[in-house]
Ligand binder design. Structure first.
Ligand SMILES: Cc1ncc(COP(=O)(O)O)c(C=O)c1O
Length: 485
């Protein structure tokens, strides 16, 4: 081997040594002082977040153009960085933690979750292997065991945490493919695999199928009934037709709480069809899953215990800061067979209780996400979480009732969880303008969807601090803006 040792090491000018007396840019004392400032800012922010417009009054490129085009050559003072955060970054923010953020699915960071995130960044653990992080590996297993139990799911499910439901669902697709086509790892994908989901399934399911390589042509969108639920007889008809054409059905997604309308696919019937035809059943409960914690809503989840895999996102509706998606698997060894690949430098002593989570997914590195879930679960407890979820559902039902009583508005879908779909009777254009006006007011942030051809507004409750007054405030604003159209 050629000798690449430099003949002499570069010498460090004494002036540089004086300029950088310590490797970190903050001394321990400075860290403590700025840390207190940051926590104070967070507490004030959370307390006064209603004073911010939910949507920023900013145009695309505004922030980018305001900031220097090149990174600083010399470090800047933390005072200045924190000032710029407040004066430049915050005004360009959409405030997801605002109690009148009713768009998409609200994602709220509760106080215990925020504290845990601070700690997780401080210890900076990377849970690739048990050895690289016993604490995060075992806490991930423990918290997901607690959550499984709270949700009434069967014992023996293997849980792990990914960043998003999109990634969890992609892993469900990989596991399903491994089960039907185990030679793929060596030989590549066989052609003709077909996946199924309702036309109201989240786009992440189709995206996962595209990424897996089955071809978008082989992703079937099964029609729904009048309540936006997958029609099981249509599913079975399509599976039979595909089999007759020589294709290989391998995966079906059933959703509990669809993104547009929070409808619930008939999971038990889909499970029976999946069993009959040898399909993998994945249940996407990314949004609604935590509601299974409430015994009075458990019946919405009938059948999900038969799934091969399930996803639910504490970062959607379990008051845990983004990102955290929980993925349960009935037979984890299938995923291990598909994905485990251990180079020499990652080999470690084997022990039956030492799980190496890198073996069960694509990512090697793994944030300590379980810590925030552990903080949230411990700080709230099961009953208080159930209470909060139930309150959100009640608020949604009360709002729907008021909308139904208004002659100019209509509710366009059943309100099962905390999301209300509604519209101004009449033209789409008026609804588009209404949405723009409400969102531009900064008083609330709603989103839109399309039910068939019907353009519809969507108000999703999920923020830990949302009150009845917040919902009333938004409804008031909607009516005012509608009156001015
Ligand atoms: C039902 C459902 N599944 C999956 C997703 C994707 O979630 P993520 O952003 O965690 O990938 C969403 C997002 O809203 C969703 O509503």
């Amino acid at each position: 081997m050629p000798d690449s040792t430099p003949s002499s090491l570069p010498s460090q000018p004494p002036s540089e040594r004086d300029a950088y007396p310590q490797p970190d840019s903050l001394s321990p004392e400075e860290f403590r002082a700025f840390g207190h400032q940051v926590v104070d800012w967070i507490a004030t922010y959370l307390d006064g977040v209603r004073d911010y417009p939910v949507l920023p009054q900013t145009q695309p490129g505004d922030l980018f153009d305001q900031l220097p085009p090149r990174g600083p050559v010399q470090g800047e003072s933390m005072d200045q960085i924190l000032r710029d955060f407040q004066q430049q970054i915050v005004p360009a923010m959409t405030h997801w933690n605002h109690p009148r953020f009713f768009s998409y699915f609200s994602v709220s960071a509760s106080a215990p979750g925020i504290l845990a995130e601070m700690l997780a960044a401080s210890v900076n653990m990377n849970g690739m292997l048990w050895q690289s992080s016993p604490a995060s590996t075992e806490l991930e297993q423990l918290t997901l065991e607690w959550l499984r139990d709270w949700c009434g799911l069967p014992e023996g499910l293997f849980g792990q945490i990914f960043d998003t439901a999109s990634v969890s669902t992609f892993h469900a697709l990989i596991a399903a493919r491994e089960r039907i086509a185990p030679d793929t790892r060596q030989d590549g994908m066989p052609p003709g695999l077909v996946a199924y989901a309702s036309e109201y399934a989240h786009s992440s399911v189709e995206k996962g199928a595209i990424a897996l390589g089955i071809g978008q042509r082989h992703f079937r969108k099964i029609p729904v009934d009048t309540q936006f639920r997958m029609q099981p007889e249509q599913l079975e008809r399509q599976i039979l037709a595909d089999k007759q054409s020589g294709l290989t059905p391998f995966f079906v997604n059933a959703t509990i709480g669809t993104t547009s309308v929070t409808s619930i696919d008939p999971v038990s019937e889909v499970a029976a069809i999946a069993r009959r035809h040898g399909l993998w059943l994945h249940v996407d409960a990314a949004y609604a899953g935590p509601v299974a914690i409430c015994p009075d809503f458990r019946h919405y989840f009938t059948g999900w215990e038969q799934a091969d895999s399930i996803v639910l996102n504490p970062h959607k509706w379990l008051f845990t800061p983004i990102d955290i998606s929980v993925f349960y698997l009935r037979e984890p060894d299938i995923l291990k067979r598909a994905l485990s690949l251990v180079p020499e430098y990652l080999k470690s002593a084997t022990h039956p209780r030492a799980v190496n989570l890198m073996d069960y997914g694509i990512p090697l590195g793994r944030r300590f996400r379980a810590l925030k879930l552990w903080f949230v679960m411990r700080s709230f407890g099961r009953e208080r979480i159930a209470y909060n979820l139930r309150q959100h559902i009640l608020m949604a039902q009360e709002l729907a009732e008021q909308i139904r009583l208004h002659p100019d508005f209509e509710v366009t879908a059943p309100v099962l969880f905390s999301t209300v779909c509604f519209r101004l009777r009449g033209e789409e254009a008026a609804n588009v303008r209404l949405l723009e006006a409400v969102n531009a007011s900064g008083q609330a942030f709603l989103s839109q969807t399309r039910l068939g051809n019907l353009y519809t507004l969507r108000l999703a409750i999920g923020n830990i601090h949302t009150t009845r007054e917040d919902v009333a405030h938004a409804w008031q604003r909607i009516q005012q803006e509608a009156a001015q159209l």
